[in-house]
Write a protein that binds this ligand. Structure first.
Ligand code: NAP
Length: 483
């Protein structure tokens, strides 16, 4: 058993409770590590360490902060294989996905914000003949970063890097379901000499550690990524305390396929956008709307392609989908498939756990669901309105641009959308009318780290990425000078 530890005040420490939670490998269903079951006392220690470190870290020259973040990035990169294996084992995602996406992106996050802090400028507003205003952008102090299990280090570092770059000290909590790479990150921080207390990682349950971070008086801002219900709870606690809040929440993203799209390419890309990371990416498209004139042709081509996806051991190079992150989440997804049937949906492929005959011995007790495509459902039914967050998509035909916009915008969420068409005017027109924070036209998940990232409606409040994150993690202070 691997023993994970908290990272508080520059050292790896046991939780004060001395209690641990079993950490399960989803591909095998077996516990392989112990994750600290920390509580509010560990959060308090982390807070004190961060508070003590703030005075010095916030005044550290930008170049030194930049170099420190670069060293963390290099430190992860040097241990790439270990990080990749840990992320895949912890989450169930295919090893090749962790190698191609998750860990390289965590490295990029640190490099990106190391560079950003060197270029981040604040405003000045001149009043001719009167004076000049200049705006200071000062670090907030101690901030809380809470992240989910689907892209563990990717999203954890997406918060931590800008918070540290702007001079804040951090108390962070990864998901207790996928704590392993956050633990490896703490080893890297020690190895590269990050000053003690600047970053503190407290492992444990959301209801204990997460809640204690959100409730802590001295933690002035919360950057959270996770489910909408958790976000609601966090907002209810943090808003009356006047904390700064960034909430990146759930989605139910529409995919709009018009008859004039590049058919083959669209089918291929939409399959990827539906089932990458077992559909457990907040940006995956789960409601696919297809123009009626090509509906049947698309359905056939789409289902044929989905059937070629291989679900299996994340360690196998030919696995396209790995394991679902936990037994509880697997059961939630299966219950939605059952609901879809009750709502009159027709399962076109998948719809069940991976059969025993399709599993190798190593993964016979793991959590696997075949990629599932359903049609015949109304756009208003529960299956089409609620986030499933798994390898399940629905197909729905549409007749007109107005109709598809109405259906796409009918959910409470508004995170992302994709539009597939060769009509440029329509693409822009529809992008403008879609209720989403991010729209991709003829592509999916192309990320430029400078762009604003986040959702509208129940998908969140605020934006991450680029200057948005730098602004979130700083307080503007306007100073007027009479001239
Ligand atoms: P979750 O249950 O909301 O948990 C997210 C994080 O919050 C975890 O670290 C969790 O700890 C913690 N937490 C739980 N209760 C808390 C509380 N009362 N106070 C403070 N923290 C608390 O979400 P998840 O199941 O891990 O992730 C899936 C969800 O994340 C999906 O809805 C997905 O759409 C969303 N997501 C959104 C984005 C985006 O950018 N918009 C990106 C990725 C994922 P525990 O793990 O211990 O419960």
């Amino acid at each position: 058993m691997i023993q994970l530890l908290n990272y508080i005040n520059g050292s790896l420490t046991e939780p004060l409770s001395k209690q641990y939670i079993n950490n399960i490998e989803p591909a095998t269903g077996q516990a392989y590590s112990h994750c600290p079951d920390s509580d509010e006392r560990d959060v308090q220690l982390a807070y004190e360490a961060a508070k003590n470190a703030f005075e010095s870290w916030s005044k550290t020259p930008l170049e030194e902060r930049m170099l420190m973040l670069m060293r963390i990035a290099d430190g992860i990169e040097k241990r790439m294989d270990e990080f990749v294996a840990a992320e895949s084992k912890d989450n169930g995602k295919p090893l090749k996905l962790a190698r191609a996406v998750d860990i390289p992106r965590a490295v990029s996050n640190f490099r990106f914000y190391a560079s950003a802090i060197q270029h981040f400028a604040s405003e000045s507003h001149q009043m001719p003949g009167v004076g000049v205003n200049y705006t200071l952008r000062q670090p907030i102090g101690v901030v809380g970063c809470i992240s989910p299990w689907n892209l563990p280090l990717y999203l954890f570092s997406w918060k931590i890097a800008p918070a540290l770059a702007t001079g804040n000290c951090v108390v962070a909590k990864p998901s207790e379901i996928t704590p392993y790479t956050a633990y490896l990150l703490s080893q890297v921080c020690i190895a590269v000499g990050l000053p003690k207390g600047v970053l503190n990682i407290v492992h444990g349950l959301g209801s204990k550690v997460g809640q204690a971070i959100v409730e802590h008086d001295g933690i002035k801002a919360i950057s959270f990524t996770g489910g909408t219900e958790t976000g609601k709870r966090i907002a209810a606690t943090a808003a009356p305390m006047f904390k700064k809040l960034s909430l990146e929440l759930g989605g139910k993203n529409p995919t709009l396929v018009f008859a004039d799209c590049d058919f083959e390419e669209t089918v291929k890309q939409v399959v990827t956008a539906s089932f990458s990371n077992q559909g457990e990416i907040c940006l995956c498209g789960s409601r696919i709307f297809v123009e009626k004139s090509i509906y049947e042709k698309f359905r056939e081509a789409f289902v044929t392609r989905v059937k070629t996806l291989k679900v299996g051991d994340p360690n196998d190079a030919d696995s396209n989908l790995g394991a679902i992150v936990s037994e509880q989440h697997k059961n939630k997804i299966l219950s939605y498939i059952q609901l879809a049937k009750e709502e009159g949906g027709k399962i076109l492929c998948g719809g069940e756990e991976l059969g025993a005959d399709q599993r190798s011995d190593r993964v016979k007790n793991g959590y696997f669901i075949s990629p599932t495509v359903i049609d015949g459902l109304s756009y208003t039914c529960q299956t089409n309105q609620e986030e499933i967050f798994g390898p399940v998509v629905t197909l729905t035909p549409f007749e007109s641009e107005e109709e598809v916009l109405m259906m796409a915008n009918s959910v409470k969420y508004g995170l992302s959308a994709t539009i597939w068409t060769n009509d440029l005017k329509r693409a822009h027109r529809v992008a403008e009318k879609i209720e989403a924070g991010i729209v991709w036209i003829n592509s999916w998940l192309v990320r430029d780290l400078r762009t604003p990232f986040g959702g509208v409606k129940a998908s969140g409040v605020g934006r991450e990425g680029g200057w948005e994150a730098m602004r979130f993690f700083t307080e503007p202070k306007n100073v007027f000078v009479k001239t």
